[in-house]
Ligand binder design. Structure first.
Ligand code: ADP
Length: 320
């Protein structure tokens, strides 16, 4: 359903192929028949409410967890049983990344880099990229939450992997830190890396991702480019008209208006025909102070995730 992104390499084999993967924890189906191709060079966002199965699916892609059925290949190779040959090509940041807490930031990253035979220059470059270049000599256990998160990301990047998995990388960052990290992630994408990441920040996914997949109760309900999702969703735009200009009944009668509500100091008109409504409003109230809010990925997301289902399976299986 999505059209190709100009920045991705379509000729090559996909970076990740997920084929009909299912995973149960006891009677709980965490991942339910998910199939998905992630292209090389793509920035792919996996979205969904808590408990939707994102971490489980990502861990299966990373080869850290076994699927009950279905298969995953990364660069054409199976990830299970554990495929250590893939480790240099993958970078993994989890929310509970392990640290050498008594080491300094630089020592920690040098230790991680040494595991992959990566040189010291890469350590310096990576710390600079994540904005920790002024923290070289700070002990890891003295870092703030946001700084630890950056170090976790640096630890996933230092060996220059082609495929990078990031689990809510901006969760503990303030607005400025998030924006800085966006630039790091954009730089990685520009360098041709494939990025798979989970986030609860819909604005961020809209700004960064070539495509997003939305998981609901273990099922991938949609996979598409953010702008296509928004365009195809039929979500309404909102026109905010300062109160007192036009009454609710009159607004509801305007051509193209699908709903009217009072919110704060505004009358909010919902419409799929913004131009038509603005043209009708203009002679009545003038357009001064009228604001337009176009639908966002968040609107589409809320609509798609508002219909929860609880797929349960009857067989009890070991948790692994
Ligand atoms: P998300 O990352 O989207 O929050 P998860 O993959 O963590 O979702 O969880 C999906 C479902 O599987 C949830 O119902 C969660 O409680 C359950 N779950 C996750 N990990 C385990 C586990 N190790 N044992 C049992 N249930 C689990």
């Amino acid at each position: 359903m999505s059209s190709p992104s100009p920045t991705t390499d379509h000729g090559a084999q996909p970076a990740v192929v997920v084929d009909d993967v299912t995973k149960n924890y006891g009677s709980r189906r965490a991942v339910d028949g998910v199939s998905l191709d992630i292209r090389r060079g793509e920035f792919f966002g996996l979205l969904g409410p808590n408990g939707a199965g994102k971490s489980t699916l990502v861990e299966i892609m990373e080869g850290l967890r076994r699927a009950d059925s279905g298969s995953v290949t990364v660069f054409g190779e199976s990830t299970w049983p554990r495929n250590t040959g893939l480790l240099p090509r993958m970078g993994v940041q989890t929310q509970s990344s392990a640290f050498f807490v008594r080491q300094t930031v630089h020592e920690h990253l040098r230790t991680v880099a040494a595991l992959f035979g990566t040189d010291r220059a890469a350590v310096d470059r990576t710390l600079e990229a994540v904005g920790l270049d002024d923290k070289h000599d700070v002990r890891v256990d003295d870092l703030s939450g946001g700084q630890r998160q950056r170090l976790a990301i640096a630890s996933a990047l230092v060996h220059g992997p082609e495929l990078i998995f990031l689990d809510e990388p901006t969760a503990a960052l303030d607005t400025e830190g998030r924006r800085d990290l966006w630039e790091v992630l954009r730089g990685l994408k520009a360098a041709g890396r494939t990025i798979v990441y989970t986030t609860h920040h819909l604005d961020e996914a809209e700004a960064l991702c070539d495509r997003v997949g939305i998981l609901v109760d273990g099922r991938l309900v949609v996979t598409d480019e953010p702008q296509s999702l928004i365009g195809n969703s039929g979500a309404t735009s909102r026109l905010l008209v300062p109160l007192g200009r036009i009454d609710e009944e009159q607004a509801a009668g305007l051509p193209g208006v699908e709903g009217v509500a009072v919110q704060g100091g505004h009358l909010v008109l919902q419409t799929r025909a913004t131009g038509r409504v603005l043209a009708a409003l203009d002679p009545l109230t003038g357009l001064d102070g009228v604001q337009t809010r176009t639908p966002s990925l968040e609107d589409v997301y809320l609509e798609l995730t508002a219909r929860p289902q609880s797929p349960l399976v009857s067989n009890n299986q070991e948790q692994s």
